[in-house]
Ligand binder design. Structure first.
Ligand SMILES: Cc1cc2nc3c(=O)[nH]c(=O)nc-3n(C[C@H](O)[C@H](O)[C@H](O)COP(=O)(O)O)c2cc1C
Length: 385
C-alpha cells in the first residue's frame, strides 16, 4: 500500500465531528502554564500541530478544580481563574480548524504534601488508600466526603471546558495517577463501595465521574477515557489480568457515558497477552464496541520510559506507518496518537501524508527542552525519588 492510499488519512467522524485524519496529539505536559493558565507558547504549540496535520488535539494533563489535584504552578489547571486563558487557547485551536479535548487530571498520591514550613499541611495529598504503590505510602486515603468533592471538581472543570468551546474532555485514568490508583489493586485497598477484588468494583469511582460529567455536559460532549496497564513506577503493573476482566471494565466505562477509549501502551504493536498477538487496543475495541485510540512509539525505536531514562531514539516513521495501516485495516483501532514524534516536528503528520519521510525532524531528548528539573515530577521525565 502506498501512503497516498493509506487509511490513516481517511476522515473519521467522532460524535458528529469530522476529524481530518486518524492522527492525534496525545496529552503531554510541556511546563508552559503560568499559575495553571496556558501561555501563548502552549497555545501556539497546539495550533502548529493542527496546521501540521493532527486531526485531534488532546491537551496536556489539566488539574481539576480541587486544591489536592496538583501543587505545581507550571502544571495546567482549569478553574474560574484560568478559564479565560483556556477559552483563548481552545478558540485558537478551533479557529485553525482543529478539534480539541482537554485532559482532566488529578495527581493523587504522586503529588507530595505541601508543608508550608510550620508543619501544617494545607492541602493534603489524597488518593484511594494513601499509597503510590503497595510499599510506597504517601498522603492519606480520601474520605467519602473528599471523593464527592473531587468528583464535583471534575464536573466543574468539564463544564468550564465545555464553556471554553472544547469538543470534550479526556479523563486521565492512566500511568499511576489518581483515577488509575483506583483501578490498580496495589493502590486501592478500600473496603467501601469504591474498593474490591475485581477491576469493575475498583472502577466504580472513575465510572461515576464519567457518568456525572455526562449528566452535567449533555450528550453532545465527547468523553474520552485514557487508561494503561503500566504505571510510571511499575512498568509490569496490570489492572486487567485477563480479557474477561478487561471486558467488564470497558463495558462499565461505555455504560457510564464514555465515547472513546485511549489505550496507553508504550509500544503500539505489542501483544497484550501471550496467547494471542492481539494488541491491547484491539482487545479494547473488540470488547467495548467503542472507537479506540492506539499509541506508543510510533516512528521511534525507544518507548516513553526509555526516553525518561535518558536513552536516545532512532526514527523510522515509514516502518510504523506500514504496520499501522495493517492494524487499521484489521480493525485494531480507529485513531493513533503520536507523542514525541510531534513534539520534535509539528509537521510530522503532513510530512507523512506527503511521504517526505526524510524531512521529518527526528525526536531527541533535547526537544523536551526545559522540562528537566523544572518540578519534582512531570510525565515524560524521570521522577526524582
Ligand atoms: C514530555 C511528555 C509529557 C507527557 N505528559 C503526559 C500527560 O500530561 N498526560 C498523559 O496522559 N500522558 C503524557 N505523556 C505520555 C504521552 O501522552 C504518550 O502516551 C507517550 O509519550 C507515548 O507516545 P509516544 O511514544 O508517541 O511518545 C507524556 C509524554 C511526554 C513525552
Amino acid at each position: 500500500m502506498t501512503d497516498q492510499s493509506s487509511l490513516l488519512f481517511d476522515q473519521f467522524t467522532l460524535k458528529g465531528r469530522q476529524l481530518a485524519n486518524r492522527f492525534v496529539l496525545p496529552g503531554m505536559q510541556r511546563g508552559w502554564s503560568v499559575d495553571g493558565a496556558p501561555t501563548d507558547t502552549l497555545t501556539d504549540y497546539y495550533v502548529r500541530r493542527v496546521k501540521g496535520g493532527a486531526g485531534l488535539i488532546i491537551t496536556e494533563s489539566v488539574a481539576v478544580d480541587h486544591p489536592s489535584a496538583t501543587r505545581s504552578a507550571v502544571f495546567s489547571r482549569l478553574d474560574e481563574g484560568t478559564f479565560e486563558a483556556w477559552r483563548q487557547c481552545v478558540g485558537a485551536v478551533r479557529a485553525a480548524g482543529g478539534h480539541i479535548l482537554l485532559q482532566l487530571w488529578h495527581e493523587g498520591a504522586v503529588r507530595k504534601d505541601e508543608d508550608l514550613g510550620d508543619g501544617v499541611v494545607v492541602t493534603p495529598t489524597l488518593s484511594p488508600s494513601g499509597l503510590m504503590a503497595a510499599d510506597r505510602p504517601r498522603g492519606r486515603a480520601a474520605t467519602l466526603e473528599d471523593l464527592e468533592e473531587i468528583k464535583q471538581a471534575f464536573v466543574r472543570s468539564a463544564l468550564l471546558a465545555q464553556k471554553a468551546g472544547a469538543d470534550g474532555i479526556e479523563l486521565h485514568g492512566a500511568h499511576g495517577y489518581f483515577l488509575d490508583q483506583f483501578l490498580w489493586e496495589q493502590t486501592n485497598r478500600r473496603s467501601d463501595r469504591y474498593g474490591g477484588q475485581s477491576l469493575p468494583e475498583r472502577a466504580r469511582y472513575p465510572a461515576e465521574i464519567a457518568r456525572s460529567v455526562r449528566a452535567a455536559c449533555g450528550e453532545d460532549f465527547i468523553i474520552s477515557f485514557r487508561f494503561s496497564q503500566w504505571k510510571e513506577i511499575d512498568l509490569n503493573a496490570r489492572i486487567a489480568e485477563t480479557p474477561e476482566e478487561l471486558a467488564l471494565f470497558v463495558s462499565l466505562l461505555r455504560d457510564s457515558g464514555v465515547d472513546i477509549l485511549h489505550v496507553s501502551t508504550r509500544r503500539f504493536w505489542e501483544a497484550a497477552w501471550p496467547e494471542s498477538d492481539k494488541t491491547l487496543a484491539a482487545w479494547v475495541r473488540q470488547l467495548s464496541g467503542l472507537p479506540v485510540i492506539a499509541v506508543g512509539s510510533v516512528g521511534l525505536s525507544t518507548d516513553i520510559m526509555e526516553t525518561a531514562q535518558g536513552l536516545e531514539s532512532q526514527s523510522d516513521a515509514q516502518a510504523s506507518i506500514t504496520l499501522l495501516d495493517q492494524g487499521l485495516q484489521r480493525g485494531d483501532f480507529d485513531l493513533v496518537a503520536v507523542g514525541r514524534g510531534q513534539i520534535s516536528d509539528p509537521e510530522w503528520v503532513n510530512k507523512v501524508q506527503e511521504q517526505r519521510y526524510g524531512d521529518i525532524i527526528a525526536f531527541s531528548r533535547k526537544a523536551l527542552g526545559k522540562l528537566d528539573g523544572e518540578t519534582d515530577h512531570m510525565e515524560g521525565v524521570p521522577p526524582k525519588a
